[in-house]
Design a protein around this ligand. Structure first.
Ligand code: CA
Length: 423
């Protein structure tokens, strides 16, 4: 048995070097085909391994997992088995896909039953999200927004470097990549107008984020320390926290985001396990002033995930407009979770916690149109000659992300969404 993260591992399934899903990744998702009900799958190359079939054929017998965990609409029941079991499952799948393992490789009938091309299946929401929390943890993003809307000399509010600011979002409107939605409508008021008007949002934006999924619950009153936080984090996905800037500007005082945020948030279909991402940990920002003891943490807790956003207008080509990185986060996931639970707030399996817009220090790394076009004052030029200040009707926004080291690429696939005209 070779450890599932070993960079020398190879699968008997061909995996292109630019593919997001080599044998070292093995992310979990939910898929269905025309003839099958929703089930748990693992991505390998351009294929998906059907764990319900694999288990039924006896290949996972050592794990003693009931097949209802795999013939399932969500990953919640799988995550509920706990990290040691999920880790053993990942290791078993790695062993089965290893180029030197004949068990599945040489059983043509089993192989054909258990493997499908991703292009032939429909990916579904991977988790049943109970609660969704959105943080605001990129220092460059918070500084940019503070500079634009308040005071460049005091861009960060006094609390920002003392706690990971966040708000409770809405789980019901989180949608799987590929789901189109209509431009939201709402109240807006321009600065020089006396009264608000009602109509379609005029400055629709994306927010480049990474979300982590809770795989272990706590009880009311319990707190999670930064040292223990990783036990509660099952994995990560790409997250587009679509935002209606003009609606937000008018509504957010004094309680924060509401209808500007809860009309759609797009999540990528594969949950990349924290375990697969461990080799890509990296040091974060030096936190100055010093944080309170419950927010202190040890070791490298940021993760080097290269992130990219593209816009594709209807009947045109993609233009990459942003290159950022998850390592630019000021507050780590471990600190976010410690802060979220420090008051005894309980968390549940399937809760989703998004990073907040991830901007880097350079203008091409800003994670929203608000920043990229600097409030609409600097329109972006697309490859086809068109310009964008915000997102137009029938534009598709595509987010991608991957880690790379020792020739191993651990990718996330895509979070893709198209904006249809307002109803
Ligand atoms: Ca956000």
């Amino acid at each position: 048995m070779i450890k599932a993260n070993d960079p020398t591992l190879k699968s008997w399934i061909e995996v292109d070097e630019n593919c997001d899903f080599p044998i070292q990744n093995l992310p979990f998702g939910i898929f269905k085909t025309q003839s099958s009900s929703p089930r748990v799958g693992v991505a390998i190359g351009d294929q998906v391994l059907d764990l319900a079939v694999l288990n039924k054929l006896g290949y996972l017998n050592n794990l003693k997992i009931d097949n209802s965990v795999f013939i399932n609409q969500y990953l919640n029941d799988l995550m509920a088995l706990g990290k040691p079991t999920c880790s053993s499952l990942r290791q078993r799948i790695s062993d089965l896909l290893n180029e030197n393992s004949a068990e599945l490789r040489d059983n043509k009938e089993a192989r054909e039953k258990a493997l499908q091309y991703i292009s032939n299946v429909q990916m579904l929401m991977p988790v049943r999200v109970g609660d969704y929390t959105d943080f605001y943890s990129s220092i460059d993003h918070a500084t940019n927004v503070g500079t634009m809307f308040r005071d460049p000399a005091n861009a960060l509010l006094p609390n920002w470097k003392h706690l990971p600011v966040g708000y409770h979002g809405r789980a019901s409107s989180i949608i799987i990549s590929g789901t189109n939605f209509h431009r939201p409508k709402g109240q807006t008021k321009s600065a020089d107008a006396e009264v608000p008007v009602f109509g379609p949002c005029k400055s629709l934006d994306f927010e480049l984020e990474v979300a982590f999924v809770i795989g272990k619950p706590t009880s009311l009153g319990e707190s999670v320390s930064t040292a223990d936080a990783d036990d509660y984090i099952f994995g990560l996905a790409l997250f587009n926290d679509w935002s209606a800037r003009d609606i937000q500007t008018w509504e957010y005082v004094p309680l924060g985001p509401f209808l500007a945020k809860n009309f759609a948030s797009t999540v990528s279909p594969w949950i990349v396990t924290l375990e697969a991402l461990e080799p890509f940990r990296t040091a974060g920002y030096t936190q100055e002033p010093k944080v309170l003891p419950y927010l202190e943490y040890a070791g490298d807790k940021n993760i080097d995930i290269k992130l990219e956003v593209s816009i594709q207008p209807e009947n045109s080509t993609e233009t990459a407009i942003c290159h950022s990185n998850y390592k630019f986060m000021y507050w780590t996931m471990e600190q976010q979770l410690a802060h979220h639970t420090v008051n005894g707030c309980n968390i549940n399996i399937g809760d989703m916690m998004a990073s907040g817009t991830i901007s880097g220090p350079t203008p091409n790394s800003f994670g929203s149109m608000l920043e990229l076009s600097w409030k609409g004052t600097k329109p972006l030029k697309l490859n086809d000659g068109r310009e964008r200040k915000f997102i137009n009707d029938n534009d598709t926004v595509i987010m991608r992300g991957y880690c790379k080291k020792d020739k191993v690429r651990i990718g996330f696939g895509e979070a893709r969404g198209k904006v249809l005209p307002a109803l």
